[in-house]
Design a protein around this ligand. Structure first.
Ligand code: HAM
Length: 421
């Protein structure tokens, strides 16, 4: 039996062959975020557990059962971040960046949730997202939604559907919550154990239950739109109108409540029917109460996070991942005396911006050519006995096998003429 150590279940290695699509997404997202005036922020992956308990909510699945929490050597209670928003608010407060200021930031990185792993659901996964502070107007909700829309456009993504809802202000949500509890109490027989457990602590989450009897019951559940105060109703109408004006289509999903407690007013998700059960590729919304809850003055805020694994899977399904850029040259050098020439040619080519792999090791001509093909180079540059003697290079196009002997004072210019892409 092998005693090699394996990665932890639900935490995946990202191998070189997978990474070009990741880099494509990261590059496009950074471009779009910069187009909207957002600046990058980088934060630790470990924070005090209390930060997540206070922001995401004690009664959420994430805090109750999914966090990787531990005591460090000083006895401090810490957690791997299960999401990025709480850490951004902590950092903005700590560095005084929210004081009478509008802030727009973006970030990306690994997040950790001890969920049951399955396709599209991992214990270490990656998010890329934005947060914006200091703007209470519905235009901000629409700005962050339109950033995701712009990114899909730039990537060429077609299969994502925007779902929106409102959770109202704290007051309107209180009224809704109690109407929901009354409704579920009357229909307690239809609830599964999970929903009964949620009834006291977090009844809104029963709305997105996956249990069929509860799904059926929810068809008749009260709708938050009937409980909104004037402010929440006006804001939601404005968001819808602005989305219409921008030509961004959406469906209103009255069951969209999100799994984190910090939201108020607009919430949204982008979903797809191409990824099976884990259908949400992005989620976000407004969270006006969170800064105050974490000890700051009240500052309105909104943001979103994209689940990168899921978006990349969707990009693959839609054929949007660009092929990896090919290596330009591979230098095949057989006699000992050719090595110096090979190294110097490689350096000159790299100085001119071409990618070059030089053969290392005392291997046969045939095996060096095999390696050139394996690293997907376009062209092999061969320096053998004859070439050394004639001060020439043999250039072999690896796609069609055509070969040319080149004698030149300026090999860099000469060989680069044969590159096709
Ligand atoms: P969230 O909905 O929990 O929101 O996560 C956002 C996205 O991360 C999901 O739509 C999904 O694509 C991806 N995701 C979540 N959990 C997993 C998992 N276990 N495996 C793979 N992908 C996953 C948030 O995290 C909020 N911070 C969003 C936000 C930012 N709201 C305001 N600002």
């Amino acid at each position: 039996m092998s005693n090699t150590i394996q990665a932890i279940r639900g935490m995946n290695d990202q191998l070189p062959e997978d990474l070009s699509c990741w880099q494509q997404l990261e590059k496009n997202a950074a471009e779009v975020f910069n187009l909207f005036g957002y600046q990058e922020i980088r934060l630790p992956v470990v924070e005090k557990t209390e930060l997540f308990a206070r922001s995401i909510g004690q009664a959420t699945d994430i805090v109750e059962k999914e966090m990787y929490s531990f005591q460090d050597r000083n006895g401090d209670q810490l957690s791997l971040r299960p999401e990025g928003t709480a850490g951004v608010v902590r950092a903005m407060l700590q560095h005084g960046l929210l004081h009478n200021a509008i802030q727009r930031v973006w970030y990306s990185g690994p997040m950790f949730r001890h969920e049951r792993p399955q396709k599209g659901r991992y214990r270490q996964f990656h998010q890329i997202g934005v947060e914006a502070y200091g703007m209470a107007e519905a235009e901000l909700d629409v700005e962050v939604i339109s950033m995701t829309h712009q990114l899909w456009k730039q990537l060429g993504l077609k299969g994502a559907v925007l779902e929106i809802n409102t959770l109202g202000t704290v007051d309107s949500r209180k009224a809704y919550r109690s109407a929901l509890v009354d409704f579920y109490q009357l229909n307690r027989d239809c609830l599964d154990d999970d929903s009964i457990r949620r009834l006291d602590k977090n009844p809104l989450r029963i709305l997105d239950s996956k249990n069929q009897a509860v799904i059926d019951l929810n068809k008749n559940a009260p709708d938050i739109l009937d409980f909104l105060d004037t402010e929440s109703a006006e804001d939601f109408n404005k968001v819808r109108k602005l989305l219409d004006d921008l030509g961004i289509s959406y469906i209103r999903n009255p069951k969209l409540v999100r799994g984190l407690d910090y939201y108020s007013k607009t919430v949204f998700e982008w979903t797809t029917d191409k990824l099976g059960a884990q259908s949400a590729i992005c989620g976000g919304g407004r969270y006006d109460g969170l800064v105050e809850k974490l000890g700051g003055k009240s500052v309105p805020a909104a943001g979103f996070d994209i689940g990168m694994e899921r978006l990349i899977e969707l990009m693959k399904i839609e054929g949007l991942c660009q092929p990896e850029k090919r290596q330009d040259f591979y230098i095949v050098q057989t006699p000992d005396g050719a090595r110096g020439c090979g190294l110097s040619l490689a350096m000159q080519l790299r100085d001119a911006g071409y990618s070059v792999t030089g053969n290392i090791g005392d291997t046969s001509f045939k095996s060096q050519l095999k390696k050139a093909n394996r690293c997907n180079a376009q062209i092999a540059l061969i320096i053998g006995e004859n070439e050394l003697e004639n001060k020439s290079i043999t250039l072999k196009q690896l796609d069609n096998g055509e070969q040319y002997s080149l004698a030149s004072k300026n090999f860099v210019v000469e060989v680069s003429k044969y590159l096709t892409s």
